[in-house]
Design a protein around this ligand. Structure first.
Ligand SMILES: [Zn+2]
Length: 96
């Protein structure tokens, strides 16, 4: 499987390490009342079948984190983005 790194271009998947679900967000509070949110953030992950956005790390290349929009059943890749750009876009959307 080839993954198009936004910085390096198409590269074999063996150069990457997968982290998983790119929709998970770190809780913003350290209040003990948010322990359930922290438990979910640290331990709970879905394992969906179908189209899914995942974090991948290009450890064998530029060492950047990217978001891969991929079908977990067919391994078809619909697109990739730099994780940094995804986060900046979300923050901009949240602040407007
Ligand atoms: Zn790269």
């Amino acid at each position: 499987m080839l993954i198009k790194c936004p910085y390096c271009g198409p590269r074999p998947s063996e150069e990457f390490t997968i982290l998983g679900d790119a929709s998970v967000r770190r809780p913003t509070s350290n209040d003990p009342a948010t322990m359930d949110q922290w438990f979910d953030y640290v331990y709970l992950r879905d394992n969906p079948k179908g189209r899914y956005k995942e974090y991948w790390h290009h450890g064998g290349g530029c060492r950047s984190w990217i978001v891969v929009d991929r079908d977990t059943q067919t391994h078809e890749i619909f697109g990739t983005q730099a994780a940094r750009d995804v986060t900046l876009a979300e923050n901009k959307k949240g602040n407007s």
